[in-house]
Design a protein around this ligand. Structure first.
Ligand code: ATP
Ligand code: MG
Length: 723
């Protein structure tokens, strides 16, 4: 037992937090103050000093990545593998519980996890089959409603009927959706949590079992727990009172998804004997970065109030760059990363953070063009790609015929002549008889309701699935996956698609076989999932938080939300513009605006050495050119902490006003396009040159077209005639 080893590298407050003897504890502290570090050391302390069995420990982290890191760090400190301990995300742990107790919950053993994209599609189809006007009850809103109810622990039957037509319809849809999920053995993300809670709440024996087993429950990022997660934690620890939570009210960024900052207050009431530790020293960032973060977050009201300090160095000023458009912003960022790498730094030390997933595309384009490897977290993840989801649906339907979501996805993919009319008949019959689409299809093939052609096509499909499922009985996981893909006809289907897209899809399908080959499933002592089911659940749940080869040195791209808890020497916080960050929806709502500000605080505090904040003076969003203002968050950072980056002569500032352009500036662009030159373009018609930049293959001009407004065009491609 080496206590010093565990307390090594911790300051006094952290040691206090790690070695406390109180049952419950709340470690409330700002970004980069060592909360996660304390949690990891606490686990090691419990095992090594307090002789707690790893079996008695349950640790909840925010992402699977964080869970993996925690396991690794504990093992490092232990210098041996730790079996028996449960570490994972709320969803991952709930899933595991559901698998182990499917029967008690009335779930089929082979229930399938419905990811949010599948959930959305299912709701869309449901609205159609119920003849609901989807302009009044848009599927997104319905999805949000259902998940919000579940996050609060409410099933359809718990909600009082409403005299309001709109609300009542929502309730009806929710009830119908619940029936549909049960019928096809599907469990969505919110349902995982809700069921896990019901499992403990309604089964005394099971609850007591886990209460006795998990003597120590630890939670990272506690500020972002929602109502049902908190209720679940409460049930688990109401006897032992051993709940150890770490969090930061200033980093609560999931209010929009039901997270409740109030859980921090609730915890303090529910665990009156808890130990409270505040950590105030930041070990992550330079003092400049920290000052900026502190100055920004004081603009929020009602904070629990913590000030961070560091004795680290002052570091470089924060660099502020104003791109004249979003492409310029992307190019700037990629250039800085190349500089960084050319000085011998790892690319993986650089992170590009953005507010919305759609922003990643431009960065990806420029990184690709520059030959810089990168990895995108979240967004269009590997397992969410169309062709991958289709292939997975073949596997799902072959193993679980009742899976309606899978049935819908592939019944006519690749196309096999099953039109909407036939599908509507199948859906109608399934709904009327409360049976799965598969069963309905089997019945219809035997009856005479379908035309001969439709009936043939449908039974062809059913036979194909049956064939795949019998072939899959043998072989190991990757052979099963490969077999199903080959049989499905998806490869030929995508090969026929034109261009690179089809090729990329075929490659991805091949990659799926690789993923299956690499998938290593260790059956737990207490659940018995087939390897294929484990693989499918993994695809839905973990959806490869990252894609790409883990071993390659890649620039990291992710949303600000998914950067929570992480740190990088070099950080670019991009698109820092009014309407984007803070988002348009939040600018008129104080609570939402404050959440955006906390998100900016999270972004700034990811940076260890150097932070760039960038924005664009014009940006294409949803197919439209916008001219946003720099974000108010930039103004909230003291200007003495920032320096504006100017690229001098390389970039000419945009001239938005055509009149100004024609009157004064007469710089010549490549190809002799002067500002003010009148030009004509095959597609856009006539216009006036407003601006130009770059040279050679990169030369571009901005033209204000009478018909379509201002556009940037690459001279190498756009055929422009001078008038
Ligand atoms: P966040 O709020 O962003 O999740 P956090 O409070 O969890 O941050 P950690 O990630 O645990 O902070 O720690 C931030 C960095 O500071 C890490 O690199 C960690 O290793 C380092 N660190 C924490 N405590 C100490 C210490 N006492 N001495 C040296 N480095 C430390
Ligand atoms: Mg942390």
């Amino acid at each position: 037992m080496d206590i010093t080893h565990i307390l090594d590298g911790l300051n006094d407050a952290q040691r206090d937090a790690v070695s406390g003897t109180e049952k419950a504890a709340l470690i409330l502290a700002g970004a980069g103050s060592g909360k996660t570090r304390v949690l990891v050391h606490r686990v090691a302390w419990l095992i090594q000093v307090e002789n707690v069995s790893p079996y008695a420990i349950l640790a909840v982290t925010f992402t699977n990545k964080a869970a993996g890191e925690m396991r690794e760090r504990v093992q490092q400190m232990q210098q041996s593998p730790v079996g028996g301990m449960w570490i994972g995300t709320f969803h991952g742990i709930a899933h595991r519980l559901l698998r182990m107790h499917a029967q008690q919950l009335g779930l089929p053993d082979a229930f399938q996890v419905l990811d949010s994209d599948d959930q959305f599609r299912m709701i869309k189809r449901l609205l159609k089959s119920m003849n609901v006007d989807d302009s009044r009850w848009p599927p997104r809103q319905v999805q949000w409603y259902i998940n919000a109810q579940k996050d609060e622990g409410r099933r359809a039957k718990h909600i009082a009927p409403s005299s309001d037509h709109f609300e009542q319809k929502m309730q009806d849809i929710y009830a119908e959706y619940e029936r549909g999920c049960i019928r096809s053995g599907l469990v969505d993300f919110a349902e995982l949590l809700l069921r896990a809670h019901e499992l403990l709440r309604d089964n005394d024996e099971i609850r007591q079992h886990y209460q006795q087993r998990f003597k120590h429950v630890l939670v990272d990022e506690f500020q972002d727990t929602n109502t049902i997660q908190y209720a679940w934690l409460r049930l688990l620890t109401e006897e032992s009172e051993n709940l150890y939570v770490v969090g930061d009210d200033d980093q609560s960024i999931y209010g929009w998804r039901g997270a409740k900052i109030e859980n921090i207050h609730r915890f303090q009431k529910d665990y009156p004997a808890h130990k409270l530790v505040k950590l105030e020293q930041n070990y992550r960032s330079t003092s400049t970065i920290l000052k900026a973060a502190n100055a920004l977050i004081v603009n929020n009201d009602g904070r629990m109030g913590k000030e961070l300090w560091t004795d680290g160095e002052e570091g470089e000023p924060i660099s502020l760059y104003s791109g004249f458009n979003d492409q310029d912003e992307a190019r700037f960022v990629v250039d800085r990363i190349r500089d960084w790498a050319s000085k011998g730094h790892a690319r993986a030390e650089a992170a590009i953070l953005y507010r919305s997933n759609a922003q990643s595309r431009l960065f990806e384009e420029y990184l690709m063009a520059a030959g810089v490897p990168y990895r995108v977290y979240g967004g269009q993840r590997f397992f969410e790609r169309l062709e991958i989801k289709n292939a997975l649906a073949y596997l799902q339907l072959a193993t679980h015929h009742e899976n309606d979501a899978a049935f819908e996805r592939i019944v006519n993919t690749p196309t096999r002549g099953l039109g909407t009319r036939t599908l509507d008949i199948i859906r109608g019959s399934a709904r009327a008889e409360q049976i799965s689409l598969w069963q309905a299809a089997v019945q219809l093939c035997q009856g005479d309701e379908l035309t001969g052609r439709a009936s043939n096509a449908l039974s062809g499909f059913l036979n194909l699935i049956k064939q795949i499922s019998s072939e899959m009985a043998a072989g190991n996981l990757h052979e099963q996956v490969e077999q199903a893909i080959v049989r499905s006809g998806l490869i030929e289907f995508h090969k026929k698609e034109k261009g690179e897209k089809g090729e990329a899809r075929v490659e991805n399908l091949e990659e799926l076989v690789n993923a299956a080959r690499q998938f290593s499933y260790q059956a737990n002592e207490d659940d018995s999932l087939s390897e294929l089911d484990a693989f499918l659940a993994n695809a839905a749940l973990e959806a490869g938080e990252a894609q790409g080869d883990e071993s390659e040195d890649c620039v990291q791209l992710m949303t600000l939300h998914s950067a929570k808890g992480l740190e990088f020497p070099l950080v670019f916080m991009t698109g820092v513009e009014e309407g984007l960050f803070p988002s348009q929806r939040s600018v008129d709502d104080v609570a939402k605006l404050e959440e955006e500000r906390r998100l900016a605080y999270v972004g700034i505090t990811r940076a260890m050495q150097q932070l760039y904040i960038t924005y664009a003076e014009s940006r294409r969003l949803h197919g439209q050119e916008n001219y946003p203002m720099p974000s108010r968050f930039i103004r909230e950072i003291p200007s003495e902490l920032m320096q504006e980056v100017r690229l001098g002569t390389k970039v000419s500032r945009p001239v938005v006003n055509a009149h100004a352009a024609t009157s004064g500036l007469q710089k010549k662009a490549e190809g002799g396009f002067k500002m003010g030159q009148r030009v004509s373009h095959g597609k856009f018609g006539e216009g006036v040159v407003l601006n130009h930049e770059g040279s050679g293959a990169q030369a571009r001009v901005q033209v204000n077209f009478a018909a379509v407004g201002s556009k940037w065009l690459m001279l190498a491609y756009a055929k422009l005639d001078k008038l």
